[in-house]
Write a protein that binds this ligand. Sequence first.
Ligand code: SAH
Length: 265
Amino acid sequence: MKHYPALDVQSANPDLLYPLIDDFAPTAVEERDDGLRAFFASPGARDAALAALDGRFSASAVDVADDDWARRSQQNLTPVTVGRITVCPDPRLAVPHQLSIVVVPSMGFGTGHHATTRLCLSALQEIGLSGKTVLDVGTGSGVLALAADRLGAASALGIDNDADAIQSAGENLALNPEAAHVRFALGDLSAEALPEADIVVANLTGALLVKSARRLLAAIPSGGTLVLSGLMSHERDDVRAAFPDASVAWEREEDGWIGLSVKKP
Ligand code: SAH
């Protein structure tokens, strides 16, 4: 069975931990009663984060079994509606003729139960997607690419550097026959130039958005829009400063998370 490298960190104030852990590009962070659990792409990244926290926080390395993740995901089996879009965990719950997307809970992040996914779903509905091409960077379950298609995009491409995410995004695509212009592919934002698109949506982390600002901007034309999330309130100004020439077209906060749309001049 696959295991995911993670860190359990005890802290009465998890907000202090985010900036420290962010430097090691966690793939997911869960708040817990006594601190947080952060997942990493590799044991090396996890061990580096552990070393950085050493002496300052009580932290321990854990390898979380895949079935544990699935079990926890199953706890959130309710549909989530954001504006005109409803994300359903089960094809049988999808309402015909509504903008329902089916996303089965799995390892791929993005069931609609996290504030950052909902912020991106809201932001995408603020933009006229009709006839536009959309690139979803860090697609996870594929939820945002599927939503973009249903909202009228000419095409949507979701990329992720996690092969398991691309696998589950593909499985979700098969459950959404109405989403006829969606593709998923393995791709690493930190390693290669992005494919071009009119609109890029990136629900990542504050640190990764700052580091990748140039590459994200290079993917869109003048007048194109970047939808950014995964950043926390305290990271907002740093992320905004990484896109100095772009104008903020939309912004919202939910549960301490920020969604931000910026327009390229
Ligand atoms: N778009 C979904 C999932 C966001 S979670 C939603 O909004 O709900 C962030 C995703 O980004 C994860 O699936 C993770 O694997 C992916 N990711 C992290 N670093 C990446 C990188 N450098 N390149 C591509 N994808 C990355």
